[in-house]
Design a protein around this ligand. Structure first.
Ligand code: 5AD
Ligand code: SF4
Length: 465
């Protein structure tokens, strides 16, 4: 036996995290991989490859939560197969379903080794060690006073930091708004903003790793009020100005916002900060004042429309997106028509729309006036048809324009690259020079489709950054 045989390392242990739901979960999943790296775990490319499988879950609507239980059924079988081969598989559930269903999940899926809420994933290493020793399901769903962000490895040490030219950066978590349909204030807890210095440090590391566009994340991101260097609260507008000064950071976005927290400073930033992209996702949920009131949204349709006017005055070409819920308890046909009328008046370039889903523990779930499923389905179809019409019109209107595109994905063919326009549209470029990946180039849009654009490189000064 040679010396090199003796020194052969043990096979690398691996972790696979499957993400459900929002972009905050995408960010959290990457951090879960980060906190396990110092424990000797690499990221697996598939569940079959992994020693630990974590489902990072979403509880926002019923369907999202149900998907988790069906996936868990598959993992139970996988765990049994491994056991037959004399191997182990640790199965964990993280995120908002874990937070909301802790004990219930232990009963429904006792083979799950650990249940970790969104505020405690930094304790994964400890939970994994305990789970590896067998025993009953571990549940960790406190809202601890210690900051989970502070216990992450330093940004430059994170293996998963940059996965491409675009990245998410969570700056705020939790929500104090208590919309009557929403589980977030219960699953993610009350509002917390990370300090400016930590965010700047992470943004710089991302840029050093090749990131050109950062999307700042938070459940209610424009309520951001993190401490600056002087210990004073910084608004999102101020934070955006500070980040825009980072050399090499070409583009900034943020999501998701609440209309009540769009302050003058943030609106001004849209007009003045070049790196802040002309795209805003601003959920309104409904166009009916009666429904908005029952939802506890704390604003009227008129307030939203006037707000959009102010934002457009600052940045005339801003593209707007929103979230809508149809079939909220008590929603009449007139209420729903008011939503369609708001959509016509504002004009959206895209939107997410959902049938109201009663969430246990939220005030609206037990209200009178629950709407029949077929009514919800019909309203959703009408709303989506209207938004699709607006989206197609906007995309078609882009034909003939030249715009900077950040190429962040490989396309369907070997020579195709896909990028993002300033308005967050996918732009397809055939016969793209490979060096364009990760860079911004001027693209002349040739055609607009329902969900994307097709273009060709503009002749002059093709690569701008
Ligand atoms: N039912 C349907 N949609 C919901 N959303 C949040 N809670 C519910 C619910 N109970 C939608 C809202 C929110 C988006 C993230 O999900 O539109 O803005
Ligand atoms: Fe939920 Fe958003 Fe309302 Fe907060 S503001 S309760 S996250 S819908």
């Amino acid at each position: 036996m040679s010396e090199s045989d003796l020194a052969a390392p043990a096979p690398q242990k691996k972790i696979f995290v499957k993400t459900y739901g929002c972009q905050m979960n995408v960010y959290d999943s990457a951090r879960m991989v980060d906190v396990m790296a110092p424990e000797g775990y690499a990221e697996a490319t598939s569940p079959e490859d992994a020693d630990i499988i974590l489902l990072n879950t979403c509880h926002i609507r019923e369907r999202a939560a149900e998907k988790v239980y069906s996936e868990l059924g598959r993992l139970r079988d996988m765990k049994a197969e491994r056991r037959e081969q004399g191997k182990d598989l640790i199965v964990g559930v993280a995120g908002c379903v874990a937070q909301a269903e802790g004990e219930e999940m232990r009963r429904r899926a006792p083979y799950v080794d650990m249940i970790v809420g969104p505020q405690t994933y930094h304790r994964l290493p400890e939970l994994v060690t305990r789970a590896a020793n067998g025993g009953p399901t571990l549940i960790e769903t406190e809202f601890p006073v210690d900051d989970k962000f502070a216990s992450l490895p330093a940004p430059e040490k994170r293996k998963t930091l940059a996965r491409g030219p675009t990245a998410f950066l969570t700056i705020q978590e939790g929500c104090d708004k208590f919309c009557t349909f929403c589980v977030v204030p219960y699953t993610r807890g009350s509002e917390y903003s990370r300090p400016v210095a930590r965010i700047e440090e992470e943004a710089r590391s991302l840029v050093d790793a090749g990131v050109r566009e950062i999307t700042l994340l938070g459940q209610n991101v424009n309520a951001y009020h993190g401490d600056d260097a002087k210990g004073e609260a910084s608004s999102l507008g101020q934070l955006i100005r500070a980040l825009a000064a980072i050399d090499g950071l070409e583009r900034l976005r943020y999501t998701t916002s609440h209309p009540r927290d769009m302050d003058d400073e943030l609106i001004a930033a849209h007009g003045e900060v070049e790196a802040l992209m002309p795209y805003l996702h601003l959920p309104v949920q409904s166009g009916s004042d009666a429904v908005l009131d029952k939802m506890n949204r704390q604003h009227t349709a008129e307030h939203y429309i006037r707000l959009i006017e102010r934002i457009r005055a600052a940045r005339p070409d801003i593209a707007l997106s929103s979230d809508f819920i149809v079939g909220f308890p008590g929603e009449t046909e007139e209420d729903f028509e008011a939503t369609l009328s708001l959509i016509r008046e504002v004009g959206f370039v895209q939107a997410y729309s959902f049938k109201y889903s009663p969430r246990p523990g939220t005030p609206a779930a037990t209200r009178d006036g629950q709407i029949a499923e077929e009514v919800k389905v019909e309203r959703l179809q009408r709303l989506q048809a209207l938004v699709a019409e607006q989206q197609l019109r906007f995309n078609k209107s882009c034909a003939g324009r030249t715009m900077p595109v950040l190429f962040d994905r490989r396309g369907r063919t070997a020579t195709q690259l896909v990028g993002r326009s300033p308005y967050l549209q996918s732009v397809h470029l055939d016969d793209a020079p490979p060096h364009l990946f990760g860079r911004i180039a001027q693209v002349e849009i040739e055609e607009g489709f329902a969900m994307s654009l097709r273009g060709r490189l503009a002749m002059s000064e093709a690569v701008v950054a």
